[in-house]
Ligand binder design. Structure first.
Ligand code: F6P
Length: 317
């Protein structure tokens, strides 16, 4: 294998993953071609060779240096054939596709139907890729939302108000759930779960009688609009309710330490899988469980495996 291509969606950590892919590829004398604007760039042949220096100084940047776009044409056979033509004409022997379910479906399609070696890197703020515990970008998104929510809490506490905060997630309540738990919120409305607004309003009324006046209710955008929920609360309880819609700030921003490390590890793994002749696979992180350890074990000196991270630092520098 001499040449691979990389295309992406956007979320925090993707640039760090591009860096990891390109620099790992360099170690194996593989050329990496950046494909601009996702599948649209693959169809149009919008490509640029990336080298070690092309990915300097991007580890801490949100978004994607490769740009991205929704591409209806790739959903058609004609579009797919154009994409395959670009791949063949440019001697691209394998693809690394970084994104969520849409991007990964495209990767699967290219691998299964057109026999183009393709590896996906699970990257979406929604953390809704099956088989993966934590997708790239999800940690940053939650931290951005949490930071905003903490600021809202200041005014909630000071003014003793009810606030409905809308977070992203059209089909997934993951951000909402994480933010509600880590932000100490009173209620969370999720696309995956039925919700009884009368019951919540009754709790608010009862709380109000007992002197609990501050409430933060988190709602995932796919469940309801913050404004509609706030209006209903006011109608039912008679209490003033404010809203905040956090929107796309959650998909941007500086990637967290967690996302940068996921990016470094998965970028390298994806290149290595392609080199080994693997295809039609998705890489991600799994197993973030709680454990119970006897105290006797816990107080023994801990052996930390520094080798893997140390090697990765050297490969990616
Ligand atoms: O899939 C990620 C996501 O950010 C969802 O949480 C959100 O509903 C959707 O994308 C928004 O997409 P767009 O930016 O195209 O409106």
């Amino acid at each position: 294998m001499k040449k691979i291509g990389i295309l992406t969606r956007d979320c925090a950590g993707i640039n760090a993953a591009i860096r990891s892919v390109v620099r790992t590829a360099c170690v194996y004398n593989l050329e990496t071609v950046g494909i601009f604007r996702g599948y649209e760039g693959l169809i149009k042949g919008d490509l640029k060779v990336l080298n070690r220096r092309s990915v300097s100084g991007i580890i801490n940047l949100g978004g994607t240096i490769l740009k991205t776009a929704r591409c209806e044409e790739f959903l058609t056979e004609q579009g797919q054939l154009k994409a395959v033509k670009t791949i063949k004409e440019n001697n691209i022997e394998g693809l690394i596709i970084i994104g969520g379910n849409g991007s990964l479906s495209g990767a699967h399609f290219l691998a299964a139907k057109y026999k183009i070696p393709a590896i996906g890197i699970a990257a979406t703020i929604d953390n809704d890729v099956n088989g993966i515990d934590l997708t790239l970008g999800a940690d940053t998104a939650v931290n951005v939302a949490l930071d905003a929510l903490d600021k809202i809490r200041d005014t909630v506490n000071s003014l003793e108000r009810i606030f409905v905060v809308e977070v992203m997630g059209r089909r997934s309540g993951w951000i909402a759930l994480q933010v509600a738990l880590s932000g100490g919120c009173e209620e969370v409305l999720l696309p995956e779960k039925d919700f009884d607004i009368m019951k919540m309003c009754e709790e608010i009324k009862q709380g109000n009688i007992k002197g609990k006046l501050s409430w933060i209710i988190v709602v995932a955008e796919g469940k309801a609009k913050a404004g509609d929920i706030a209006d209903r609360i006011t109608q039912i309880t008679g209490l003033e309710t404010r809203i905040a819609v956090l929107g796309h700030i959650q998909r941007g921003g500086r990637p967290t330490r967690v996302d940068r490390i996921i990016a470094a590890r998965l970028g390298k793994l994806a290149v290595e899988l392609l080199r080994r002749g693997e295809t039609d696979k998705c890489v991600g992180l799994k197993e973030l469980k709680t454990v119970v350890v006897p105290l006797e074990e816990a107080i023994k000196p801990k052996k930390i495996n520094i080798d893997n991270y140390y090697k990765l630092i050297k490969i990616l520098t």
